[in-house]
Design a protein around this ligand. Structure first.
Ligand code: ZN
Length: 405
């Protein structure tokens, strides 16, 4: 028999520690004896691992539990007041930074706009904004730096989560930025980087509507459209970290050019940018006043949302068509993956009242009905903070042996 090396023993210890933490998180407050029963580990192993965890202050001892005779046990629970995580969510025009506790509660958050448009922003500009944003949040929070257990960052585009590297960020036109390495030079804590929509899926799994789902799809409807797939409790990344690019499913033969190089992708007609472009096209090609605006360049998505709330018929029709495109893509995913839930998030949900019926009708008419009736199409309960909470949850997920990335 092969002798166990020190590295093997360390690994076993780490697995045990993660498993114990996980039980405390799920079932706490809980006694050492009950943890031993659940994990079928011997009490000495539990005791030694729990002592280590107490030293790290990840867990704490509280009160006295019920006893069924004999000595009354001390209960253990996750120490939410001593451990905080920073979450960073980079968007196309700004970066959101926030701090959460171990229960996913936002402590402090702030938006840091980019000084230049996306394509003019260099990687150095971006990293400077992120680093000063994190420092600002640390300052605003008044939390001692030794209580910060990590920084999680969600970045759009292709991300190598193992290396913490942005492989390609189309909106900024960057290749191979070592985000984790750059942040490590300033912050002495655990740092994990992943794709922004994938981190939203992890956030949704820990703190949102996917808590009990092992098979779900998360779709972010924003300036662009992105997706993340959780299959059998694991985030599915694909062969080259490219899975979930629902925004690049072709939904129209119209030759709308997409940033990916193809035409007619979902994002060209149904993202916020796509909706603005389509209304501009309508205004400029119709000779009647479809939408009153002085200059075409002044048209923004917020003006379109306002017009929707005023029931402007052209905008309402445009959003119904938009829902149709989104629903068609969801229908394809339902056919292929047969998920329990499709969870929608992102700023476009401000006008969900004008989108959801069309999304559901279109998904129903493009998927097998036996699959469709078992799939719940729903909206995230975390909504606007999901990017930051999800990014911070990368650290919690890693500690607690949660969803397998
Ligand atoms: Zn595309």
């Amino acid at each position: 028999m092969k002798r166990r090396t020190t590295a093997d023993k360390k690994l076993i210890k780490k697995i045990n520690t993660n498993a114990i933490l996980n039980v405390i998180k799920q079932k706490g407050p809980i006694s050492r004896a009950d943890i031993a029963k659940i994990l079928a580990l011997n009490p000495a192993t539990i005791s030694s691992n729990v002592n280590d965890l107490l030293q790290t202050r990840l867990i704490e001892e509280i009160g006295i539990g019920d006893s069924s005779g004999g000595r009354r046990p001390i209960l253990l629970r996750v120490n939410s007041k001593e451990n905080y995580i920073i979450g960073v969510h980079t968007e196309l025009t700004h970066v959101n930074v926030g701090m959460i506790n171990m229960d996913g509660d936002m402590q402090v958050k702030h938006v840091y706009p980019y000084p230049k448009a996306g394509r003019e922003l260099t990687e150095k500009d971006m990293m400077t904004i992120i680093i000063s944003g994190i420092k600002d949040i640390l300052f605003k929070s008044n939390v001692d730096s030794d209580k910060i257990i990590g920084i999680g960052l969600g970045m759009h585009g292709l991300v190598n989560s193992e290396k913490g590297e942005s492989i390609f960020a189309p909106a900024f036109n960057w290749h191979h930025i070592s985000i984790k390495q750059i942040l490590s030079e300033t912050f002495d804590t655990d740092i994990i980087v992943d794709n922004d929509v994938r981190v939203m899926a992890i956030g949704e799994k820990w703190f949102g509507k996917a808590k009990k789902s092992d098979n779900f799809i998360l779709i972010n409807l924003s300036e662009g459209i992105g997706g993340a797939l959780v299959i059998n409790g694991k985030l599915y990344s694909g062969n080259t970290f490219g899975a979930g690019e629902i925004g690049h499913i072709q939904v129209t033969r119209q030759p709308y050019a997409c940033k990916c190089g193809n035409t007619g992708c979902l994002t060209t007609v149904a993202s916020e940018e796509g909706v603005v472009d389509r209304l501009k096209e309508l205004i400029s090609t119709k000779d009647y006043g479809v939408f009153h605006i002085e200059r075409l360049d002044d048209l923004t998505i917020d003006k379109i949302y306002d017009a929707a709330f005023q029931k402007n018929p052209v905008v309402v029709k445009l959003l119904t068509e938009t829902g149709g495109y989104i629903g068609r893509s969801i229908g394809s995913l339902i056919n292929i993956l047969n998920p329990e839930k499709v969870i929608l998030t992102g700023p476009m949900l401000k006008v969900k009242a004008f989108l959801m019926d069309a999304i559901k009708a279109s998904a129903a008419s493009t998927s097998i009905s036996d699959n469709y009736v078992e799939t719940k199409i729903t909206v995230s309960s975390i909504e606007e903070d999901l990017g930051v909470i999800g990014a911070a949850t990368l650290i919690i997920n890693n500690l607690f042996m949660g969803i397998d990335t």
